[in-house]
Design a protein around this ligand. Structure first.
Ligand code: GLN
Length: 291
């Protein structure tokens, strides 16, 4: 079997994947340890018997629906190659829109930035790679995700990110200029959960109660204690949640609320500015219990 023969096997994925040719290319690059150019310039190159066996095994698993990122153990995000496993969400291209928006909205100066529910570390690491003078704290509740994000941090070599374990703000101290999050936001009854890659991802990274808004509400409420005056809160959310998230931020006294679209044209990112002092500083001792 040569590369060209292997690429022809993409036809066998037509019933189980939306991108059969691209999937086979990723599998071949992984197995042959080569880049895509090699595939297209060396079409007659023969796979060894071992490579052919691995290819057949991975193809079978892909036919069963396993995500390509799990089969090859990595996923490209922003300019980074991130290690991926079943402990957390596979980074989505649409989440790059959040990274882009954060870079666009924030002044080009030193900042303290918090990423809640970091998973592979995708958002924090992408931001840290673009802004070397930002200090980032990346938090995840799941120990395996924290290990994975730390592996990715070390592989990329970013000293300006600290990965810590805990539920949302629980392990966090200090105040921030920017808080970002791609939290779970899918309603537990959403039929999309039974389709495609999400079937192989942990529900804890995907679903939230209250029509998918429970974690966003929790984060937005708490964030007021951790944002400097003028600090920004930026969420990724469901394709149909922008109005609800905007409403929620308004109720919580945020200002300058706005949304932006993902690559598919859905309102996917919503942000707001906290224009008061951090709540914990503005409270008296008695009031503090209520903050
Ligand atoms: N956007 C992802 C999906 O549709 C879900 C990401 C999330 O829940 N944070 O599969």
């Amino acid at each position: 079997m040569n590369i060209s023969d292997a690429q022809a096997c993409a036809a066998r994925l037509s019933g189980s994947s939306e991108s059969p040719a691209a999937d086979v290319e990723l599998l071949l690059c992984h197995i042959l340890e080569c880049n895509r150019t090699f595939l297209f310039t060396r079409r007659e190159h023969q796979l060894t018997a071992a490579q052919q066996t691995t290819f057949e095994q991975l193809l079978q698993r892909r036919i069963q629906g396993e995500p390509v990122a799990h089969l090859i153990g990595s996923r490209g995000f922003w300019t980074l190659d991130l290690e991926v496993n079943a402990a957390t969400l596979i980074p989505r291209p649409d989440t790059e829109c959040l990274v882009e928006k954060a870079l666009e909205l924030m002044p080009d100066s030193a900042a303290r930035v918090l990423d809640l529910g970091t998973g592979t570390g995708a958002i924090a690491l992408a931001l840290a790679s673009e802004r070397r003078d930002w200090q980032l704290v990346a938090v995840d509740r799941v120990a395996e995700a924290v290990i994975l994000a730390e592996i990715n941090r070390q592989r990329i070599g970013l000293a300006n990110v600290t990965v810590i374990q805990g539920s949302w703000f629980e392990p966090v101290t200090g105040v921030f200029n920017l808080i970002v999050s791609n939290p779970p936001y899918i309603d537990p009854d959403d039929p999309h959960l039974r389709q495609g890659d999400v079937r192989f991802e942990p529900l804890s990274a995907l679903i939230a109660e209250d029509n998918g808004l429970a974690d966003i509400r929790h984060i937005a409420t708490q964030a007021r204690e951790y944002l400097v005056k003028g600090g920004m809160l930026l969420f990724e959310h469901g394709y149909d949640q922008a109005a609800a998230v905007q409403q929620l931020l308004l109720q919580l006294n945020y200002s300058d609320i706005d949304s932006a679209q993902d690559y598919g044209g859905n309102d996917r990112i919503t942000w707001a500015v906290w224009n008061s002092a951090p709540l914990q500083d503005s409270c008296g001792e008695e009031e503090k219990n209520r903050c």
